[in-house]
Design a protein around this ligand. Structure first.
Ligand SMILES: Nc1ncnc2c1ncn2[C@@H]1O[C@H](COP(=O)(O)OP(=O)(O)O)[C@@H](O)[C@H]1O
Ligand SMILES: [Mg+2]
Length: 326
């Protein structure tokens, strides 16, 4: 995305809730934090952003203001000793979707080492696979209509489009970020689209959605939440002729002021989580207004750009949340 696309102690039992799918939040009890007033905070990033993004750099002085040191650490750098840190805040790990298995193992290794993560590891795990959208939909959140296709499942793109009454459709992997692996068909799926679809399904689970024009007209909204409370927002638009709002495809964003109904819709998304919204140190609600309805495109709880550079107060609030357990 554009430089613009993160339990602390004391055993917060709040995450150990029932899931709506009947499964338990197994092993959900957060590790106890080892934060001490002298603990260093790791801001987990990727090799592409070794010095953090401009947004995340704002956290360093914000934490320093509380006497807390913070430094970037590349999540898949084998030389990093994560036990040195009081907490690891997931930030610009924007390459994890290329190797989601290794990313999951990294989260598990921090759990096993007793190093707390923000967002807490159970939340990260829940949010890694976009199947969480189905859970939120079942809890009453309007999402962009989605057909879910399991890996290697026998499915026909054209059959799905015909059955659902969709013309142009968007196909995307269920584990993805930064518009990686997202593609769209022409006005109706062609034979070539069908072949591309089969190649996608051979590799991973896939989502099919109708193409939402609002992405290109009004744009895609991102509403940031710090510790479960609405903070600030941006509106992202694609380059002319494209539909991906991410910066690497020429997309642009601008700070924007959502009206009360939009904030209310995003707050309803946060309230629909299967754990308390306040357990999320940070969250980004991405969605589009389609025929007057705010439809959730993604709820980003792993590594969203938080557009902090233009919202320094929010950076301070997130810093305060990070050190809350001290
Ligand atoms: N149904 C859709 N209609 C129009 N554009 C879409 C649709 N789904 C995704 N896009 C475009 O593709 C981008 C990436 O899709 P998204 O679902 O946000 O996945 P990720 O950001 O994880 O790659 C969106 O930001 C948007 O620009
Ligand atoms: Mg997105």
């Amino acid at each position: 995305m554009a430089l613009a696309d993160s339990e602390r102690t004391l055993a917060r039992p709040t995450i150990a809730r029932e899931r709506t799918d009947g499964r338990k939040w197994s092993a959900m009890t957060p590790a106890r934090s080892r934060l001490t007033p002298s603990a260093t905070v790791a801001l987990a990033t990727s090799s592409e952003y070794p010095a953090l993004t401009l947004d995340d750099q704002t956290l360093v002085p914000a934490l320093a203001g509380h006497g807390i040191a913070a430094e970037p650490a590349i999540w898949n750098d084998a030389s990093v000793d994560w036990r040195r840190y009081g907490v690891v805040v997931v930030r610009s790990t924007w390459d994890y979707h290329h190797d989601p298995g290794t990313f999951r193992r990294w989260i598990q290794s921090l759990d096993l080492a007793g190093v707390p993560l923000l967002n807490p590891s159970p939340i990260l795990r829940w949010n890694l696979d976009k199947i969480y959208l189905r859970e939120l939909e079942a809890r009453g959140v309007p999402i962009v209509p989605t057909e879910w296709v399991a890996p290697r499942a026998p499915h026909s793109l054209r059959e799905v489009a015909r059955r659902r009454g969709w013309e142009r459709v968007v196909v995307k992997p269920v584990v993805a970020a930064s518009a990686h692996g997202v593609w769209r068909t022409g006005d109706v799926p062609t034979v070539a689209d069908e072949q591309r679809f089969h190649a996608s399904v051979a590799q991973h689970g896939v989502m099919i959605q109708p193409f939402v024009d609002a992405v290109c007209t009004e744009g895609e909204w991102s509403l940031m939440f710090i510790e479960g409370h609405y903070s600030h927002a941006v509106l992202k638009r694609p380059r002319s002729g494209d539909y991906r709002v991410q910066g690497q495809f020429g997309g642009q964003f601008a700070p924007a002021t959502p009206d009360a109904s939009l904030i209310d819709a995003a707050e309803r998304v946060m309230r629909a989580l299967p754990f308390p919204a306040t357990d999320c140190a940070y969250a980004r609600v991405d969605g589009v207004r389609d025929a007057g309805v705010f439809r959730l495109m993604e709820l980003e709880l792993v590594e969203p750009a938080l557009f902090l550079a233009g919202a320094i107060e929010s950076s301070d609030r997130l810093a305060a949340r990070i050190i809350e357990g001290l």
